[in-house]
Design a protein around this ligand. Structure first.
Ligand code: URP
Ligand code: ZN
Ligand code: ZN
Length: 462
Protein backbone atom coordinates (compact mmCIF):
# COMPACT_ATOMS: atom_id res chain seq x y z
CA UNK A 1 0.00 0.00 0.00
CA UNK A 2 1.24 3.50 -0.80
CA UNK A 3 1.96 5.90 2.06
CA UNK A 4 1.69 9.67 1.78
CA UNK A 5 3.21 11.81 4.51
CA UNK A 6 1.89 15.34 4.34
CA UNK A 7 3.54 18.48 5.73
CA UNK A 8 6.78 16.70 6.53
CA UNK A 9 9.52 18.83 8.15
CA UNK A 10 12.22 16.85 6.35
CA UNK A 11 15.59 16.78 8.09
CA UNK A 12 18.51 15.43 6.10
CA UNK A 13 22.16 15.76 7.10
CA UNK A 14 22.59 18.62 4.63
CA UNK A 15 19.10 20.07 4.16
CA UNK A 16 15.83 20.90 5.89
CA UNK A 17 12.57 21.80 4.17
CA UNK A 18 8.84 21.11 4.29
CA UNK A 19 7.13 18.95 1.68
CA UNK A 20 4.96 15.87 1.18
CA UNK A 21 6.63 12.46 0.80
CA UNK A 22 5.06 9.70 -1.27
CA UNK A 23 6.23 6.14 -0.66
CA UNK A 24 5.41 3.43 -3.17
CA UNK A 25 6.76 -0.09 -3.61
CA UNK A 26 9.09 0.31 -0.65
CA UNK A 27 10.87 3.42 -1.89
CA UNK A 28 10.37 7.16 -1.82
CA UNK A 29 8.78 7.85 -5.18
CA UNK A 30 8.14 11.61 -4.93
CA UNK A 31 8.84 14.55 -2.68
CA UNK A 32 7.11 17.88 -3.25
CA UNK A 33 4.30 20.19 -2.31
CA UNK A 34 0.64 19.13 -2.50
CA UNK A 35 1.10 15.56 -3.75
CA UNK A 36 -2.28 13.92 -4.49
CA UNK A 37 -2.88 10.69 -2.58
CA UNK A 38 -3.03 7.62 -4.86
CA UNK A 39 -6.14 5.45 -4.42
CA UNK A 40 -5.93 3.36 -1.27
CA UNK A 41 -2.88 5.17 0.13
CA UNK A 42 -2.56 5.73 3.86
CA UNK A 43 -2.22 9.46 4.49
CA UNK A 44 -0.42 10.74 7.56
CA UNK A 45 -0.21 14.37 8.60
CA UNK A 46 3.24 15.04 10.07
CA UNK A 47 2.58 18.67 11.03
CA UNK A 48 4.53 19.67 14.14
CA UNK A 49 6.88 16.69 13.87
CA UNK A 50 10.28 16.08 12.28
CA UNK A 51 10.74 13.51 9.55
CA UNK A 52 14.17 11.88 9.62
CA UNK A 53 15.73 9.24 7.40
CA UNK A 54 15.64 5.93 9.26
CA UNK A 55 18.46 5.83 11.78
CA UNK A 56 21.32 3.39 11.36
CA UNK A 57 23.08 1.70 14.26
CA UNK A 58 26.55 0.83 12.95
CA UNK A 59 27.43 -1.45 15.87
CA UNK A 60 25.16 -4.02 17.51
CA UNK A 61 25.44 -7.54 18.87
CA UNK A 62 22.13 -9.35 18.63
CA UNK A 63 23.56 -12.83 18.54
CA UNK A 64 26.74 -12.87 20.61
CA UNK A 65 28.28 -15.92 22.21
CA UNK A 66 30.61 -14.11 24.63
CA UNK A 67 32.32 -14.64 27.98
CA UNK A 68 30.64 -17.99 28.55
CA UNK A 69 27.09 -16.88 27.78
CA UNK A 70 24.88 -15.42 25.03
CA UNK A 71 23.50 -11.90 24.67
CA UNK A 72 19.81 -11.89 25.51
CA UNK A 73 18.04 -10.45 22.48
CA UNK A 74 17.29 -12.46 19.40
CA UNK A 75 16.69 -10.89 16.00
CA UNK A 76 13.00 -10.49 16.67
CA UNK A 77 13.23 -8.69 20.02
CA UNK A 78 16.41 -6.79 19.10
CA UNK A 79 15.10 -5.38 15.83
CA UNK A 80 11.67 -4.59 17.30
CA UNK A 81 13.48 -2.61 20.00
CA UNK A 82 15.61 -0.89 17.36
CA UNK A 83 12.50 0.15 15.43
CA UNK A 84 10.62 1.40 18.48
CA UNK A 85 13.63 3.62 19.08
CA UNK A 86 13.74 4.89 15.47
CA UNK A 87 16.55 2.69 14.14
CA UNK A 88 15.62 1.08 10.85
CA UNK A 89 18.94 -0.51 9.89
CA UNK A 90 21.39 -2.28 12.16
CA UNK A 91 24.91 -3.50 11.60
CA UNK A 92 25.64 -6.73 13.43
CA UNK A 93 29.10 -8.03 14.21
CA UNK A 94 29.55 -11.60 13.01
CA UNK A 95 31.84 -12.92 15.75
CA UNK A 96 32.82 -16.55 15.11
CA UNK A 97 35.09 -18.21 17.63
CA UNK A 98 38.65 -18.77 16.46
CA UNK A 99 37.96 -22.39 15.63
CA UNK A 100 34.94 -21.59 13.44
CA UNK A 101 35.56 -20.83 9.76
CA UNK A 102 34.39 -17.49 8.32
CA UNK A 103 31.97 -19.34 6.04
CA UNK A 104 30.38 -21.18 8.96
CA UNK A 105 30.33 -17.99 11.02
CA UNK A 106 28.58 -16.08 8.26
CA UNK A 107 26.03 -18.88 7.76
CA UNK A 108 25.38 -19.09 11.50
CA UNK A 109 24.70 -15.38 11.87
CA UNK A 110 22.58 -15.26 8.74
CA UNK A 111 20.46 -18.12 10.02
CA UNK A 112 19.90 -16.23 13.28
CA UNK A 113 18.52 -13.23 11.41
CA UNK A 114 16.51 -14.76 8.57
CA UNK A 115 12.78 -14.86 9.15
CA UNK A 116 13.12 -12.94 12.41
CA UNK A 117 14.61 -9.54 11.62
CA UNK A 118 11.96 -6.83 11.57
CA UNK A 119 14.26 -4.17 10.09
CA UNK A 120 17.03 -4.34 7.51
CA UNK A 121 20.46 -5.42 8.66
CA UNK A 122 24.02 -5.69 7.45
CA UNK A 123 26.97 -7.66 8.75
CA UNK A 124 30.49 -6.61 9.61
CA UNK A 125 32.32 -9.88 9.00
CA UNK A 126 34.43 -10.70 12.04
CA UNK A 127 37.96 -11.83 11.28
CA UNK A 128 38.90 -13.78 14.38
CA UNK A 129 41.59 -15.87 12.69
CA UNK A 130 43.54 -15.08 9.53
CA UNK A 131 45.21 -17.74 7.39
CA UNK A 132 45.07 -18.87 3.77
CA UNK A 133 41.80 -20.77 4.25
CA UNK A 134 40.02 -17.93 6.00
CA UNK A 135 41.36 -15.40 3.46
CA UNK A 136 39.81 -17.42 0.63
CA UNK A 137 36.47 -17.63 2.43
CA UNK A 138 36.52 -13.94 3.31
CA UNK A 139 36.99 -13.10 -0.38
CA UNK A 140 33.93 -15.19 -1.19
CA UNK A 141 31.84 -13.50 1.50
CA UNK A 142 32.81 -10.06 0.20
CA UNK A 143 32.22 -10.76 -3.46
CA UNK A 144 29.22 -13.13 -3.26
CA UNK A 145 27.32 -11.67 -0.33
CA UNK A 146 28.10 -7.96 -0.63
CA UNK A 147 29.54 -7.82 2.88
CA UNK A 148 32.01 -4.97 2.54
CA UNK A 149 33.36 -4.49 6.05
CA UNK A 150 35.44 -6.64 8.38
CA UNK A 151 35.50 -6.49 12.16
CA UNK A 152 38.61 -7.21 14.16
CA UNK A 153 39.39 -7.22 17.87
CA UNK A 154 42.74 -6.10 19.22
CA UNK A 155 41.37 -7.18 22.62
CA UNK A 156 39.89 -10.45 23.91
CA UNK A 157 42.97 -12.53 23.12
CA UNK A 158 42.16 -16.23 23.06
CA UNK A 159 38.54 -15.48 22.13
CA UNK A 160 38.05 -13.08 19.20
CA UNK A 161 41.44 -11.35 19.28
CA UNK A 162 43.97 -11.63 16.45
CA UNK A 163 47.74 -11.26 16.57
CA UNK A 164 49.83 -8.76 14.62
CA UNK A 165 50.59 -11.07 11.70
CA UNK A 166 46.86 -11.71 11.35
CA UNK A 167 46.18 -7.99 11.63
CA UNK A 168 48.62 -7.34 8.81
CA UNK A 169 47.06 -10.01 6.59
CA UNK A 170 43.53 -8.79 7.27
CA UNK A 171 44.38 -5.18 6.46
CA UNK A 172 46.26 -6.15 3.27
CA UNK A 173 43.28 -8.19 2.08
CA UNK A 174 40.87 -5.38 2.99
CA UNK A 175 42.98 -2.88 1.05
CA UNK A 176 43.02 -5.13 -1.99
CA UNK A 177 39.25 -5.74 -1.91
CA UNK A 178 38.14 -2.23 -0.91
CA UNK A 179 36.74 -3.38 2.41
CA UNK A 180 36.52 -1.15 5.52
CA UNK A 181 38.02 -2.67 8.66
CA UNK A 182 36.17 -1.89 11.89
CA UNK A 183 38.35 -2.44 14.95
CA UNK A 184 37.99 -2.77 18.70
CA UNK A 185 41.14 -1.03 19.90
CA UNK A 186 42.62 -1.94 23.28
CA UNK A 187 46.03 -3.37 24.10
CA UNK A 188 45.16 -6.83 25.35
CA UNK A 189 48.54 -7.48 27.02
CA UNK A 190 48.16 -4.38 29.16
CA UNK A 191 44.59 -5.38 30.01
CA UNK A 192 45.68 -8.85 31.10
CA UNK A 193 48.52 -7.52 33.29
CA UNK A 194 46.36 -4.88 34.93
CA UNK A 195 43.54 -7.36 35.56
CA UNK A 196 45.99 -9.75 37.29
CA UNK A 197 47.40 -6.98 39.51
CA UNK A 198 43.97 -5.63 40.47
CA UNK A 199 42.64 -9.07 41.39
CA UNK A 200 45.79 -9.84 43.38
CA UNK A 201 45.25 -6.58 45.29
CA UNK A 202 41.74 -7.72 46.20
CA UNK A 203 39.97 -5.39 43.80
CA UNK A 204 37.39 -7.83 42.49
CA UNK A 205 34.26 -5.66 42.02
CA UNK A 206 32.89 -3.93 38.91
CA UNK A 207 34.48 -0.63 39.96
CA UNK A 208 37.91 -2.12 39.16
CA UNK A 209 36.97 -2.73 35.52
CA UNK A 210 37.88 0.84 34.53
CA UNK A 211 41.36 0.62 36.03
CA UNK A 212 42.06 -2.58 34.12
CA UNK A 213 41.39 -0.71 30.86
CA UNK A 214 42.42 2.93 31.46
CA UNK A 215 42.45 5.50 28.62
CA UNK A 216 46.07 4.78 27.63
CA UNK A 217 45.19 1.12 27.02
CA UNK A 218 42.62 2.22 24.47
CA UNK A 219 44.88 4.94 23.04
CA UNK A 220 47.65 2.35 22.61
CA UNK A 221 45.21 0.11 20.72
CA UNK A 222 44.26 2.98 18.43
CA UNK A 223 47.92 3.90 17.90
CA UNK A 224 48.68 0.28 17.02
CA UNK A 225 45.86 0.02 14.50
CA UNK A 226 46.82 3.36 12.97
CA UNK A 227 50.44 2.22 12.46
CA UNK A 228 49.27 -0.89 10.64
CA UNK A 229 46.69 1.05 8.62
CA UNK A 230 49.38 3.54 7.59
CA UNK A 231 51.66 0.78 6.32
CA UNK A 232 48.94 -1.12 4.45
CA UNK A 233 46.77 1.77 3.21
CA UNK A 234 43.64 0.00 4.45
CA UNK A 235 40.52 1.96 5.29
CA UNK A 236 39.73 1.66 8.97
CA UNK A 237 36.89 2.45 11.37
CA UNK A 238 37.48 2.65 15.11
CA UNK A 239 34.49 1.28 16.98
CA UNK A 240 33.33 2.52 20.38
CA UNK A 241 35.93 5.23 20.93
CA UNK A 242 35.44 6.45 24.49
CA UNK A 243 37.97 9.10 25.47
CA UNK A 244 40.22 12.01 24.62
CA UNK A 245 43.48 10.01 24.61
CA UNK A 246 42.15 7.60 21.99
CA UNK A 247 40.64 10.43 19.95
CA UNK A 248 43.96 12.27 19.91
CA UNK A 249 45.70 9.18 18.50
CA UNK A 250 43.07 8.73 15.80
CA UNK A 251 43.11 12.39 14.79
CA UNK A 252 46.91 12.49 14.67
CA UNK A 253 46.82 9.52 12.31
CA UNK A 254 44.09 11.10 10.21
CA UNK A 255 46.22 14.23 9.93
CA UNK A 256 49.04 12.04 8.55
CA UNK A 257 46.68 10.73 5.87
CA UNK A 258 45.63 7.45 7.49
CA UNK A 259 42.14 6.53 6.34
CA UNK A 260 40.12 6.28 9.53
CA UNK A 261 36.54 6.91 10.58
CA UNK A 262 35.55 7.16 14.23
CA UNK A 263 32.52 5.84 16.08
CA UNK A 264 31.50 6.70 19.61
CA UNK A 265 28.55 5.39 21.60
CA UNK A 266 25.59 6.98 23.31
CA UNK A 267 26.72 5.38 26.59
CA UNK A 268 29.98 7.37 26.61
CA UNK A 269 28.10 10.62 26.01
CA UNK A 270 25.62 10.35 28.87
CA UNK A 271 27.10 7.89 31.40
CA UNK A 272 30.43 8.06 33.22
CA UNK A 273 32.59 5.71 35.25
CA UNK A 274 30.85 6.48 38.55
CA UNK A 275 27.97 4.28 37.33
CA UNK A 276 30.26 1.24 37.38
CA UNK A 277 31.15 2.20 40.97
CA UNK A 278 27.55 1.83 42.21
CA UNK A 279 27.39 -0.35 45.37
CA UNK A 280 25.98 -3.86 45.81
CA UNK A 281 27.19 -5.04 42.40
CA UNK A 282 24.79 -2.57 40.73
CA UNK A 283 27.87 -1.28 38.88
CA UNK A 284 27.92 -4.54 36.87
CA UNK A 285 25.08 -3.14 34.77
CA UNK A 286 27.58 -0.56 33.53
CA UNK A 287 30.53 -2.83 32.71
CA UNK A 288 31.52 -2.66 29.08
CA UNK A 289 34.77 -2.36 27.14
CA UNK A 290 36.25 0.14 26.68
CA UNK A 291 34.85 1.21 30.05
CA UNK A 292 32.73 4.23 30.87
CA UNK A 293 35.15 7.12 31.39
CA UNK A 294 35.69 10.14 33.54
CA UNK A 295 32.98 12.76 32.88
CA UNK A 296 35.50 15.19 31.38
CA UNK A 297 35.52 13.08 28.21
CA UNK A 298 31.85 13.63 27.49
CA UNK A 299 31.99 17.20 26.17
CA UNK A 300 35.01 16.26 24.03
CA UNK A 301 33.00 13.53 22.36
CA UNK A 302 29.93 15.75 21.95
CA UNK A 303 32.04 18.42 20.29
CA UNK A 304 33.69 15.74 18.15
CA UNK A 305 30.24 14.80 16.85
CA UNK A 306 29.28 18.44 16.30
CA UNK A 307 32.50 19.25 14.45
CA UNK A 308 32.45 16.12 12.31
CA UNK A 309 35.72 14.78 13.76
CA UNK A 310 33.73 11.86 15.18
CA UNK A 311 31.73 10.32 12.36
CA UNK A 312 29.11 8.05 13.85
CA UNK A 313 27.15 7.23 16.97
CA UNK A 314 26.31 3.60 17.73
CA UNK A 315 25.23 1.51 20.70
CA UNK A 316 27.39 -1.63 20.79
CA UNK A 317 24.12 -3.10 22.06
CA UNK A 318 25.16 -6.19 24.05
CA UNK A 319 22.39 -7.15 26.47
CA UNK A 320 23.15 -9.43 29.43
CA UNK A 321 20.65 -9.85 32.28
CA UNK A 322 21.53 -8.27 35.60
CA UNK A 323 19.94 -11.06 37.64
CA UNK A 324 21.33 -14.12 35.91
CA UNK A 325 24.25 -13.19 33.64
CA UNK A 326 26.16 -10.26 35.13
CA UNK A 327 26.59 -12.27 38.41
CA UNK A 328 28.94 -14.64 36.55
CA UNK A 329 31.51 -12.05 37.62
CA UNK A 330 30.28 -11.35 41.15
CA UNK A 331 33.63 -12.36 42.69
CA UNK A 332 35.81 -11.43 39.73
CA UNK A 333 35.06 -8.37 37.58
CA UNK A 334 36.94 -9.89 34.62
CA UNK A 335 34.11 -12.42 34.29
CA UNK A 336 31.23 -9.93 34.17
CA UNK A 337 29.73 -10.20 30.67
CA UNK A 338 30.59 -6.91 28.97
CA UNK A 339 27.86 -4.72 27.53
CA UNK A 340 25.34 -1.96 28.20
CA UNK A 341 22.11 -2.43 26.21
CA UNK A 342 20.85 0.69 24.43
CA UNK A 343 19.57 -0.16 20.94
CA UNK A 344 16.12 1.18 21.88
CA UNK A 345 17.22 4.37 23.61
CA UNK A 346 20.04 5.76 21.44
CA UNK A 347 18.00 8.22 19.38
CA UNK A 348 15.80 9.50 22.18
CA UNK A 349 18.89 10.09 24.36
CA UNK A 350 20.74 11.73 21.48
CA UNK A 351 17.82 14.03 20.79
CA UNK A 352 17.23 14.84 24.48
CA UNK A 353 20.85 15.32 25.56
CA UNK A 354 22.26 16.46 22.23
CA UNK A 355 19.73 18.50 20.27
CA UNK A 356 17.55 19.73 23.14
CA UNK A 357 20.62 20.77 25.19
CA UNK A 358 22.11 22.62 22.22
CA UNK A 359 25.15 20.37 21.84
CA UNK A 360 24.36 19.29 18.29
CA UNK A 361 21.91 20.43 15.64
CA UNK A 362 19.11 18.34 14.17
CA UNK A 363 21.12 17.93 11.01
CA UNK A 364 24.22 16.82 12.89
CA UNK A 365 22.02 14.28 14.66
CA UNK A 366 20.97 12.85 11.30
CA UNK A 367 24.57 12.85 10.07
CA UNK A 368 26.05 10.96 13.02
CA UNK A 369 23.14 8.58 13.62
CA UNK A 370 22.26 7.76 10.01
CA UNK A 371 23.88 9.34 6.96
CA UNK A 372 27.55 8.97 7.83
CA UNK A 373 27.24 5.26 8.57
CA UNK A 374 25.39 4.77 5.27
CA UNK A 375 28.22 6.54 3.43
CA UNK A 376 31.11 4.83 5.23
CA UNK A 377 29.65 1.35 4.84
CA UNK A 378 28.36 1.47 1.26
CA UNK A 379 24.61 1.92 1.79
CA UNK A 380 24.20 5.52 0.64
CA UNK A 381 21.96 6.77 -1.01
CA UNK A 382 19.71 3.74 -0.55
CA UNK A 383 19.76 4.45 3.19
CA UNK A 384 20.61 7.50 5.28
CA UNK A 385 18.81 10.16 3.25
CA UNK A 386 15.27 11.23 2.36
CA UNK A 387 15.24 11.61 -1.42
CA UNK A 388 13.43 10.02 -4.36
CA UNK A 389 14.73 6.52 -5.01
CA UNK A 390 15.88 5.91 -1.43
CA UNK A 391 14.30 3.18 0.66
CA UNK A 392 11.21 4.48 2.43
CA UNK A 393 12.71 4.04 5.91
CA UNK A 394 11.33 7.06 7.73
CA UNK A 395 11.04 8.26 11.30
CA UNK A 396 8.27 10.73 12.15
CA UNK A 397 9.56 12.18 15.39
CA UNK A 398 7.37 13.88 17.98
CA UNK A 399 9.37 16.58 19.82
CA UNK A 400 6.45 17.21 22.20
CA UNK A 401 6.45 13.70 23.66
CA UNK A 402 7.54 13.47 27.29
CA UNK A 403 8.24 10.14 28.97
CA UNK A 404 10.74 8.08 30.95
CA UNK A 405 12.90 5.11 30.09
CA UNK A 406 12.31 1.93 32.04
CA UNK A 407 12.91 -1.82 31.91
CA UNK A 408 9.20 -2.20 32.66
CA UNK A 409 8.15 -0.63 29.37
CA UNK A 410 11.06 -1.43 27.05
CA UNK A 411 10.96 -3.78 24.06
CA UNK A 412 14.58 -5.00 24.22
CA UNK A 413 14.79 -8.38 25.94
CA UNK A 414 16.93 -7.72 28.99
CA UNK A 415 15.99 -7.35 32.66
CA UNK A 416 17.31 -3.85 33.28
CA UNK A 417 17.58 -0.48 31.62
CA UNK A 418 20.83 1.40 32.16
CA UNK A 419 18.90 4.67 31.99
CA UNK A 420 16.09 3.64 34.36
CA UNK A 421 13.81 6.57 35.18
CA UNK A 422 15.60 9.00 32.85
CA UNK A 423 13.38 11.57 31.14
CA UNK A 424 13.19 11.74 27.35
CA UNK A 425 11.98 14.79 25.49
CA UNK A 426 10.74 13.31 22.22
CA UNK A 427 10.25 9.94 20.58
CA UNK A 428 9.34 8.42 17.21
CA UNK A 429 5.59 8.46 16.72
CA UNK A 430 5.72 6.49 13.48
CA UNK A 431 8.49 4.45 11.86
CA UNK A 432 8.47 2.78 8.46
CA UNK A 433 10.52 -0.06 7.01
CA UNK A 434 10.64 0.24 3.23
CA UNK A 435 7.24 1.93 3.19
CA UNK A 436 5.48 -0.35 5.67
CA UNK A 437 4.49 1.13 9.02
CA UNK A 438 6.43 -0.76 11.68
CA UNK A 439 5.89 1.41 14.78
CA UNK A 440 2.97 3.55 15.90
CA UNK A 441 3.11 5.52 19.14
CA UNK A 442 5.88 3.46 20.68
CA UNK A 443 4.48 0.04 19.73
CA UNK A 444 5.75 -2.38 17.11
CA UNK A 445 3.04 -3.05 14.51
CA UNK A 446 5.24 -4.27 11.65
CA UNK A 447 6.04 -7.63 10.13
CA UNK A 448 8.38 -10.10 11.76
CA UNK A 449 10.85 -11.31 9.14
CA UNK A 450 10.49 -8.29 6.85
CA UNK A 451 14.10 -7.28 7.43
CA UNK A 452 16.54 -7.99 4.61
CA UNK A 453 20.28 -8.63 4.63
CA UNK A 454 21.70 -5.65 2.75
CA UNK A 455 24.24 -6.00 -0.04
CA UNK A 456 26.64 -3.09 0.03
CA UNK A 457 29.07 -1.38 -2.29
CA UNK A 458 32.85 -1.44 -1.99
CA UNK A 459 35.27 1.42 -1.46
CA UNK A 460 36.11 2.33 -5.03
CA UNK A 461 39.19 4.35 -3.95
CA UNK A 462 40.82 1.25 -2.49
O1 URP B 1 31.58 -4.33 26.26
C1 URP B 1 31.35 -4.53 25.08
N1 URP B 1 31.75 -3.62 24.24
N2 URP B 1 30.69 -5.66 24.70
C2 URP B 1 30.46 -6.14 23.41
C3 URP B 1 31.65 -6.70 22.74
C4 URP B 1 32.53 -5.62 22.18
O2 URP B 1 33.67 -5.48 22.58
O3 URP B 1 32.12 -4.90 21.28
ZN1 ZN C 1 34.31 -4.09 21.14
ZN1 ZN D 1 30.82 -4.48 19.98
Amino acid sequence: MALLIRNADIVNADSRYTADILCEDGVISRIGPGIAAPAGAEVIDASGKFVFPGFIDPHTHIYLPFMGTYSKDDYESGTKAALVGGTTTIFEMVCPSRDMSPADGFATWRAQAEGKACCDYAFHMGVTRFDAESAAQLREIVTREGVTSFKIFLAYKGAFGIDDAELWGTLKLARELGVVVAAHCENETLVAQLQRELLAAGRTGPEAHHDSRPPRVEAEGVHHLMSFAEQTGARTYIVHLSCRDALDEALAARARGVRVSIETLIQYLVLDKTYAELPDFEGAKYVMSPPLRDRSNQEILWSGLASGLVDTLGTDHAPFDFQTQKPMGRDDFTKIPNGIPSIEDRINLLYTHGVRRGRITLQQMVAVASTNAAKIFGLHPRKGVIQPGADADLVIYDPDYRGTLSAKTQTQNVDYNAFEGWAIEGRPSLVTVRGEVAVRDGRFVGTVGRGQLLRRSLDTDA
